[in-house]
Write a protein that binds this ligand. Structure first.
Ligand code: PLP
Length: 397
């Protein structure tokens, strides 16, 4: 028999699988081009050509024993140095290779840092709506995820409730900026206030509270909006980054953690996180991909393509009468369902071959997530169907 923990996950997984299979079934029945599948956050823009070129060049130029070999659990020294230098250039920081750990995507990085920090019963705070997997990652290490309820006016973090929910056993806070599922970017003011509250609570309880900033969407920001770099706001910040979205490499599993010298117990944390990488069974981030991303640190995905999707979808949905905040980053739109039970709305959308994710999957019922990382053509062709769906609820102006 499987473990109690995994029993719960397996039950939940069958719901996700059912959704995926329903999409596949619809595509078979009506033709893939007639199904508007907005359920997955899989990039629709291919990786820049420079990534493939870098991989080919590495294979041609470098010693295969080094390219495919084991290295230090924290990653190649020269790759970590290149990542640190790139961050310093962009954000005016002062990192070295000793502040960087190469990880198996953002998910690998989050698991490594949570394994490093948590004792059973420790609390980890996060803000709804949040990426569902945070609950599972925290549970992996017997921590408790404590959720701050959403501010549905702005979808900026609800800082009043945040301050009230910090306790002596709060070990970490996870934030995600730009945000999945809302597309909101936490502002400079929000980050200042968040940092102030954390410093105050650390003083009050005599504890260290680590702010884990999950940033796979950092480069997906529109209209010149600035995404605050949090190590400058709060000393106990640990950044988790991934190239899954920024270079469209989600299957390759490559990212990094930044653990600044200023963090309380920096040396212990850095050493333990290297061990956590090993004993979690990752051992190290994929070697070829480490070397490839190090050659592509200044490459960018086609942000303009996502921006075009964002504009078309946002304007189209507003014209249909739907209510939503214009996203400033990532590739998601969080739309208010026209009825309180958003699952009913998700069901009804299927009649128009539109696949959406209910907000309750992100601890925010009453809303649905639309992942607009699809072709622009799919968005254009979906709009008449959204209009017909809106008409069912009497939304059309
Ligand atoms: N964090 C957030 C907010 C995400 O949306 C995702 C993936 O969608 C991840 C982490 C995991 O990213 P990765 O594929 O790099 O593990």
């Amino acid at each position: 028999m499987i473990s109690e923990k995994m029993k719960k996950l397996a039950e939940n997984n069958s719901v996700i699988r059912a959704m995926f299979e329903e999409g596949q079934q619809m595509a078979r029945e009506f033709g893939a081009e007639n199904v508007y599948d907005f359920s997955l956050g899989n990039p629709s823009v291919p990786a820049p050509a420079a990534v493939n070129r870098a991989i080919c060049d590495i294979l041609a130029e470098e010693d295969p024993l080094s390219v495919h070999g084991y290295m230090s659990n924290v990653g190649y020294e020269d790759v970590r140095a290149a990542v640190a230098e790139n961050l310093n250039r962009r954000f005016g920081t002062d990192f070295s290779s000793g502040n960087i750990i190469m990880t198996v995507g953002a998910a690998g990085g989050l698991n490594v840092i949570l394994k490093t920090l948590l004792n059973p019963g420790d609390e980890v705070l996060t803000f709804a709506p949040y990426f569902t997997e945070y609950g599972n990652y925290v549970m992996n290490y017997d921590g408790n995820l404590v959720v701050v309820s959403p501010d549905t006016q702005t979808f900026q973090p609800n800082l009043k409730e945040f301050a009230e929910k910090i306790t002596p056993v709060t070990k970490a806070v996870i934030i995600n900026n730009p945000n999945n599922p809302t597309g909101v970017v936490y502002s400079h003011e929000t980050c200042m206030e968040l940092a102030r509250i954390l410093r105050e609570k650390q003083r009050e309880y005599g504890t260290s509270i680590y702010l884990i900033s999950d940033e796979p969407y950092r480069e997906l920001a529109y209209d010149g909006v600035e995404v605050p770099f949090l190590t400058k706001y709060y000393a106990n910040t640990i950044v988790g980054y991934s190239w899954s979205k920024s270079l469209s490499l989600p299957g390759e599993r490559i990212g990094y953690l930044v653990i600044p010298n200023e963090c309380d117990d920096y040396e212990l944390i850095y050493a333990a996180a290297g061990i956590a990488t090993r004993v979690s069974g990752f051992v190290n981030a994929p070697s070829l991909l480490q070397k490839a991303v190090a050659r592509c640190l200044d490459e960018q995905t086609d942000v303009a393509a996502y921006n075009r999707n964002r504009e078309t979808l946002y304007n189209g949905l507003k014209e249909c009468g739907f209510e939503c905040i214009k996203p400033q980053g990532a590739f998601y739109l969080f739309v208010k369902a026209p009825v309180p039970d958003e699952k009913e709305f998700v069901q009804r959308a299927k009649k128009y071959h539109i696949l959406l994710v209910p907000g309750s999957s992100f601890a925010c019922p009453g809303y649905v997530r639309i992942a607009y990382c699809v072709s622009h053509d799919t968005i254009v062709r979906s709009l008449p169907h959204f209009r017909a769906l809106a008409a069912e609820y009497g939304l059309n102006p």
